[in-house]
Design a binder for this molecule. Sequence first.
Ligand code: ADP
Ligand code: MG
Length: 405
Amino acid sequence: MKNALLSALDPATLRGRTALVRADLNVPLDGARVADDTRIRASLPTLRLLVEAGAKVVLTSHLGRPKGEPNPAFSLAPVAPELERGLGRPVRMASGTVGEAVAAEVAALEEGEILLLENTRFLPGETANDPELAAELAGYGDLFVHDAFGTAHRAHASTEGVARVVRERGGHAVAGLLLEKELSFLGDALDAPERPFVAVLGGAKISGKIDVVEALLPRVDRLLIGGAMANTFLLALGLEVGDSLVEPDRVEMAKELMDRAADRLVLPVDVRVGAEIAPEAEVRAAERTEVGPGEKIGDIGPRSVAIYGEILREARTIVWNGPMGVFELEPYRQGTVGVAQAVAIATEAGAVSVLGGGDSAAAAEVAGVTDRVSHISTGGGASLEFLAGATLPGVAALSDAEEVA
Ligand code: ADP
Ligand code: MG
């Protein structure tokens, strides 16, 4: 079943219509200042399409974790001026999330105007997916546009709940431009990858990503492992890993995966080790057989970067989740930066590359390759669940394409 898409609607049908848009405006704040506007910028195309078509836009999002009660520290108010700047149009901040006053503000909207509702998580009903809250939000528009890929893996009132109510009432729930883009990049990579298809997995823990490993293994030609995740595999090979971050209770699982994957699973042949994982740590490159007791593995080594780079240069489809090392600290940054550069070069040679994961996106920034890869997902948890083959509730609740055509 294909999802109904905003991009497939005739813009002429949007004039004067009130669209309720769920975006992901969950940006980091520095006091009352937006510290990183990536998600705001990613939300603009959908908003621009709607206001230019003459729709009235009621915009919702969550921000942070205010735990179901109003808290000025998590207000969406600082986001409104950023949206204004991006769109070149006024964006009004609503007096609350729902309620009589907000309903009046919605009713007063003119064509092409945007009203930003206050943080949905100021209400306990949001994360509880309370049907009453969903119904109240659904009352604001007869078209629901879901554009919040970052929360698509959660069934909340402003995502899954509202989509259901809008449809029950005869309206449509469609995917916005960002959600469409995210689903097509990740979906195409998984369903119809041009080969060789190479996945790169790293990050802190194998346990948090085991479903992704399981789901990717049968699809990929190569699975390159880095990060602390690699340490557990090295331990499973019977190697000394010193005081590195490892998950001994996952060693059996790692062995089983290595047996099953044979040469499709690629592990680092060398590592960067130090006495500490610290900004001033003195590190050395060591063969993976030469890690001393008490040492900590903080990154993959230079030979591994070269090997991974060669495999990536041949790739036509690349999916990457999780940094190769503790990229936040200068001494352990080279593995991630080296692999990022190889991904960028492969992309420039025609490969499709998709990055998912919050820290991975930050790592791409550190490596300076954000504009040199095909797509960086705005959703960490959602992209992981998608890669693991899970159905995202916020997507499952949308109208079918035929319903809207
Ligand atoms: P993502 O958010 O992209 O899914 P994760 O959250 O799984 O990635 O992992 C990112 C974290 O893993 C980073 O904070 C990084 O410092 C840490 N990490 C990577 N390699 C190691 C390592 N060898 N030892 C300890 N931590 C590591
Ligand atoms: Mg993370």
